[in-house]
Design a protein around this ligand. Structure first.
Ligand SMILES: Nc1ncnc2c1ncn2[C@@H]1O[C@H](COP(=O)(O)OP(=O)(O)O)[C@@H](O)[C@H]1O
Ligand SMILES: [Mg+2]
Length: 237
């Protein structure tokens, strides 16, 4: 099957500093792909490169075989790539409901938005209970759920998740990973950046290992889990 997303030889950075040095990643329809690597490797920058928040110096991003690396971020959302960014980045003064509505900003299909809102509340019932509460007053776990749910309101074909487990209690992490699995079973492709490498690789079909701006390994997730180098460097064995 042709890839849904192909990042090809992508170079990008901040000012004079190059942090992505020829990244090539693909996500196929129906896949969960994990991107793991140490702090500062460039995982967040990679997701930003896909969602149009970081422009390449060289290289391309193909989405459904069309180049998107020069499109504005909102157009990339409209085409079906939605991003739950590192640090959640919810709107603290807006209510839960308003945060979710912001996630649907690129859409005009009112009935569809309403349906997706119901679906988001089914996935995360706590958000339904908190719908009139300001985002900033939610717990860390609830804010993470809101960040994922807001991304879902863009109706993604590909969901980019940046460190959804960061700083959360294990029980909440399990809940969020369960939702990721469920979304994938419904057909959504997912590119998951995680420090919790073992959990991410257990959930994913394939994985990439990133080191200082380059992809150093790519394989089936199960193979990475049993790889000695991956175990030593990322799985604490
Ligand atoms: N806005 C920025 N300005 C300058 N350097 C940045 C910026 N964001 C990230 N970096 C640098 O780029 C490198 C990769 O960062 P990042 O993509 O956040 O990695 P990761 O998500 O893997 O921790 C790091 O060295 C980081 O310090
Ligand atoms: Mg990061």
């Amino acid at each position: 099957m042709p890839a849904l997303l192909e990042m090809q030889e992508f170079y990008a950075g901040y000012g004079p500093i190059e942090v992505l040095k020829g990244i090539s990643i693909e996500v196929r329809p129906g896949e969960i792909v994990a991107l793991i690597g140490a702090n500062g490797a460039g995982k967040t920058s990679t997701l930003m490169g896909i969602s149009g928040c970081l422009r390449p110096r060289r290289g391309r991003v193909l989405w459904e075989s069309q180049e998107i690396q020069q499109l504005p971020a909102h157009e990339i959302v409209r085409r079906g790539i939605c991003h739950s960014p590192e640090g959640r980045k919810i709107f603290p003064r807006l209510t839960v409901l308003e945060n979710l509505q912001m996630g649907a900003f690129s859409r005009r299909d009112r009935a569809g938005i309403e349906r997706d809102l119901v679906h988001a509340f089914e996935l995360f019932p706590i958000l339904a209970e908190r719908r009139t509460q300001a985002g900033g007053t939610l717990s860390g776990g609830e804010q993470q759920m809101l960040s994922v749910a807001r991304a879902l309101m863009g109706r993604p074909k590909l969901l980019l998740l940046d460190e959804p487990s960061l700083g959360l209690a294990p029980m909440i992490v399990v809940k969020i990973f369960d939702v990721v699995r469920k979304l994938n079973q419904e057909g959504m492709a997912i590119l998951l950046v995680e420090q919790a490498a073992r959990m991410a690789l257990k959930l994913a079909h394939r994985g990439y290992v990133m080191e200082i701006g380059q992809i150093t390994m790519v394989d089936k997730a199960a193979a990475l889990l049993t790889d000695k180098r991956v175990q030593d460097a990322y799985l604490g064995e």
